[in-house]
Design a protein around this ligand. Structure first.
Ligand SMILES: [Zn+2]
Length: 550
């Protein structure tokens, strides 16, 4: 599919080696799943791009805004346990460790998603203890533990592990190990691991080994507590705690397993949901996440303001008979054909608006015509209608039952040419991924002076205004674009079309919190309040009528 995953880790003084280890595991896991993936290290300095289409997975302690924006120019940025800058700037945020900031996370992933051999058959007895403070241990915790009075250990066998960046000598009577392979493969050999909050703690928990944290800072201690680990900071209190642990009096060291989804699976989903780089409307790559959820992130284009979706999984779907029958019924309580008459009625209103610009006898192409309710209304209104739809059943119905000409196909690939007086798309445009290609085609197919009319959910309507989180969460997963009047005006202008009328539809005064019950649907008060919402531009759906000039 041509999209590569590049896992970016940070390494160096004060950063430790854990980020790199995780990114190597991630890249390895992705390659096993058939995804092209590699690892790069960022030292905080100059950065050369990859020159292609990339899903970046970034695992760094400290990022930089300019750098993250440069990454976004080339692709989607997925941040794993981000710092506050990345948490704001990234497209997708995955949290494995507890987060210290308030930015919204897409998915909680398991902090350890690779296999860890388990400790078996030794119960809660503690005989072998491992001391490990990562590859570098800048706080000197290793020395502090080794300096404790030998009596506190009560006859346990203790081993000390130091990593590749540990540049000091440890004076101790215990065995000091510099492991050649990954440490997690040996954790199951021990009964208790003493470490600070981080990956090793989770790996040990996954291995079924007891974990006691010795945390260098209040920040680490806070994260460790929130994650449910026992431990504390260096001091006499911690030594007493160690004594209780070794005597078997501290249940807190035996945590439950490590939950959460696999990061490999989530990143693979981002690759599968790939829709290209850049805004579907204007091509600009600058963007900002406005909402993050389990299945997608909604971003706003820095150029034209269009809101579009970055999916965390495959987005293609079928619009077969099930869509119009089963799903429609689930959503609206009746099938599409049962609703046909009322949709024809709405079509009549739309035809009346079109008649201000398109005279009788005009040729009207309805894209996404479904079973043809608008075609019926257009023919009644004196037009010569035709339909286009991806659903074979729907098109057969239109031809046979309605006697209207219609084609099966996708608009982007449709090769019939010709000139039309009007092109209509009722609740279709938000399904397209490449809006600019669609608008190219609309502009090409329309006569000079012809009309482009469409309806779509309003991304600045009452529901968005009042319950933004719910609005984004409930937006159907096959809607790639979230449009609003201002954005549409700007975009259509680039294609030589001018918005000449906007209808605010989907007016729902009853959705206003608290006051809503004063406006029961159908009453006069409801109609008046609805009109007011319309004047304020707060319809939950909008209809746009634009005229092609030149
Ligand atoms: Zn844009």
């Amino acid at each position: 599919m041509g999209v590569r995953v590049v896992c970016v880790a940070q390494e160096g003084k004060g950063v430790g080696t854990g980020h790199r280890v995780r990114m190597e595991r991630l890249a390895e896991g992705l390659r096993k799943e058939g995804v092209e993936a590699g690892v790069r290290v960022w030292d905080g300095g100059r950065w050369e791009g990859e020159g292609g289409e990339v899903v970046w997975v970034v695992d760094v302690r400290r990022s930089e805004r300019g750098w993250v924006r440069a990454l976004k120019e080339e692709g989607v940025v997925v941040a794993l346990d981000p710092d506050p800058v990345l948490a704001r700037e990234a497209d997708v945020v995955l949290a494995g460790l507890p987060q210290a900031h308030r930015e919204r996370v897409n998915v909680r992933v398991a902090p350890v998603w690779w296999e860890v051999p388990r400790r078996e058959g030794r119960g809660r007895e503690i005989r072998r203890v491992l001391v490990s403070f990562g590859g570098e241990d800048p706080w000197g915790l290793t020395e502090w533990v080794c300096g404790l009075d030998g009596g506190v250990w009560g006859g346990c066998e203790v081993e000390v592990v130091v990593g590749p960046r540990f540049g000091r000598e440890v004076r101790t009577g215990w065995r000091v190990v510099r492991p050649s392979g990954p440490l997690h493969e040996r954790l199951g050999d021990y009964d208790l691991v003493i470490t600070s909050f981080g990956l090793t703690a989770y790996e040990a928990r996954k291995a079924g080994v007891g974990v006691l944290l010795l945390n260098p800072t209040a920040y680490h201690a806070g994260l460790g507590r929130r994650a449910g680990f026992a431990g504390g900071r260096p001091g006499r209190g911690w030594v007493r705690l160690l004594g209780r642990v070794l005597r078997g009096g501290e249940e807190g060291v035996w945590g439950e397993g490590v939950g959460g989804r696999s990061a490999v699976e989530v990143v693979r989903g981002v690759v599968e949901g790939w829709g290209g780089v850049g805004c579907p409307g204007c091509g600009e790559r600058g963007r900002r996440a406005v909402w993050r959820g389990e299945e997608r992130t909604v971003v706003r284009c820095a150029g034209c303001g269009l809101e579009y979706v970055l999916g965390l999984g495959p987005a293609e779907r079928e619009y077969g008979p099930d869509y119009f029958f089963e799903e429609y019924r689930a959503q609206y309580g009746r099938t599409y054909l049962e609703d046909f008459a009322s949709i024809v009625e709405r079509g009549r209103e739309r035809v009346q608006v079109l008649r201000r610009w398109v005279p009788e006898g005009g040729r009207v192409l309805d894209v996404g015509c479904a079973y043809g309710p608008f075609l019926v209304a257009a023919r009644e209104g004196g037009y010569v209608p035709a339909g286009l739809d991806v659903g074979e059943d729907a098109v057969a119905y239109v031809r046979q039952e309605l006697g209207v000409w219609a084609w099966v196909g996708r608009f982007e690939e449709w090769e019939e040419e010709g000139e039309w007086d009007a092109l209509t798309m009722w609740f279709v445009i938000e399904h397209f991924r490449r809006l600019s290609e669609v608008l190219d085609k609309v502009a090409r197919l329309l006569k000079k002076g012809g009309m482009f009319a469409f309806g779509t959910p309003n991304a600045r309507g009452l529901s968005w205004l009042l319950r933004r989180d719910r609005f984004y969460r409930e937006s159907p997963r096959d809607h790639h674009l979230l449009l609003s009047v201002g954005v549409v005006r700007r975009l259509l202008g680039r294609w030589g079309m001018k918005v000449v009328a906007v209808r605010q539809t989907g007016l729902h005064p009853e959705r206003i919190p608290v006051l809503g019950r004063l406006f029961p649907p159908g009453t006069l008060r409801w109609r008046i309040t609805g009109r007011l919402l319309g004047l304020l531009g707060l319809g939950d759906t909008i209809e746009i009528y634009a005229k092609k000039y030149g």
